[in-house]
Design a protein around this ligand. Sequence first.
Ligand SMILES: Cc1ncc(COP(=O)(O)O)c(C=O)c1O
Length: 398
Amino acid sequence: MKILIDRQAQQPIYLQIRDRIHHLIHNGHLSADAQLPSIRSLAQTVKVNKLTVIEAYSVLEADGLVRAKPGAGYFVNSFINSSGQLSVVGETQTTDAEKASSHSHFNPAQEVMMPSQGKHSFPAVYYATLASRGHPDVVDLSRGEPHPFGEDDLRRIARRAMKSSDLFFRQAHPKGDVFLRSQISQILLQQGLDLSPDNLTVTSGSMQALSLLSEHFIAPGDWVIVEAPTYHGFLSVLQQRGAQIIGIPMTPQGMNLDLLEQYLESHRPKLIYTISTLHNPTGITTSLEHRQKLLALAESFDCLVIEDNAYDPLSFGPTPPPIKALDTSDRVIYVGTFSKTLMLGLRVGYMAITGKHNNPLTERKLLHDFHISNASQAIVKEYLASGHYRRRLKHIRT
Ligand SMILES: Cc1ncc(COP(=O)(O)O)c(C=O)c1O
């Protein structure tokens, strides 16, 4: 196997190896069940340390692309088929209906809702969460938050990141650190979303992205469509903005698309908010077909889409490409975060915007807080560069 390494590049070598093998699998040059070169032989051919190859193979394994057979080596596990979906070897293709009936008895009433604030507002729930911290009898189900682990690694990495502290005296670009943005674009590429770092803005958690987007796109009185139920934090953001909210019920396959079409027609909303993968709170991941139909509807009614993909990295199996990857008219804004996988308190999230709204949204971000803390960005950057992130995801999924 030929792998050209650029030793001057900023990208670590193990990631260059990972990308090359990913590319070979993606293009069918390495087919399902093909054996990867042994660690020793690849290390010799590429002239790198064996540990570097192990790191690259571990990342591919954590991505679900290869599997390790004890004593035999690494084998290609999956391929990306012509419709862009990742299929796992040996996995029979089931229809959405089959998947739903075998895994779930979820069958909510298909009633459209217009949620109101009520007494359990998001800020009230948030304060209750803070008050219950550390209380042995309380299990907090109000938010998705990783159980703290690997703290020694985190501390070591944070200390290393602090060594570049000269950067803390300087102002930075409102979009965020360019190297961090290119690391994020690499992660998104593995999800099937090909974006330049210039299309990314690092935000203070995805919550800031959601607030900025609603401020930017929604005027008081505008109609907005959400899934019912949905992430209560965004409902509060919309309510504070004075939006009128339509909650389209979930089915086991995702938002009810027939009702979505009816309400797009009758209310002409500005925006659809969807959590396409591991939806909060139902856990539903929509199929490629559902994503295509939702986007086609948004297109025909000239409606924007916010795709909140906070939980994608936690998916047990391969997921279809995000709706943003199917978007050719710059109407989908993608939002992601490290809060669910790394450290909630760092407050590092991001939004991906293409087209004419990109620069105005960067300016809006600048006017909010210039940019997010350089310290938080440095820690995430260091963590991603260390190669620990993939292993961490695997650990969390397990
Ligand atoms: C779907 C969804 N989006 C966004 C957020 C906000 O996350 P953060 O601001 O910590 O990135 C949450 C938090 O629970 C969530 O569940």
